[in-house]
Design a protein around this ligand. Sequence first.
Ligand code: DC
Length: 206
Amino acid sequence: MIIAVDGPTASGKGTISKALAAHYGLPHLDTGLLYRAVGWQCAVIGGDPDDPTTALAATSFPDDLLLEERLRTEATGGLASRVSVHPAVRQALYDRQRAFALQPGGAVLDGRDIGTVIAPEAAPKLFVTASVEARAQRRWHEMHARGEAPTLAEIEDDLRRRDERDRNRTAAPLMPAPDAYVLDTSMLDRAAAISAAIAVVDGTAG
Ligand code: DC
């Protein structure tokens, strides 16, 4: 079984994907991490993430970069969103994601284009979403726990900018696949969101 989980930043898709992987005993790939590694590598080589040639060169990052905690910061997320608009970058990361999806026994992948581009044959597909306000609240709590101190308004602005870029790019824009189940987690806590996702996978969701 290939489970595709797409959705915007801080929608809860990462938490849901990890929980689904544990529940069904499947391997999990956070594909956003690959784009974050490219964004990070761009900064390391002193390149411009908006330049397609530089961003493409940054796709040959060392594998152990994926373990780097700093990939998870908001700043790296912003770089990832910028490099991800380039079709050549998306193409360079395609084979790795596709091979992960096709491994025997199945897999859970989360990202922006899993159900539309990487594994259109995936079933089930979830599109996890939440209001900007709910997502900003969650991000605020995570960031303050890490000792970062942005205001709620700054986080909302950043989320809106990232959503806008991810939704309006020409290459594989963020959008639900026609056969995706849209799960809005705005009013759900972590446990309720995970139960709802399991119900979708089990085919018992309303
Ligand atoms: O899920 P995330 O916040 O780690 O993703 C960071 C950026 O990477 C996101 O703004 C857009 C890009 N991305 C993408 O274009 N396609 C994916 N499958 C995953 C992430």
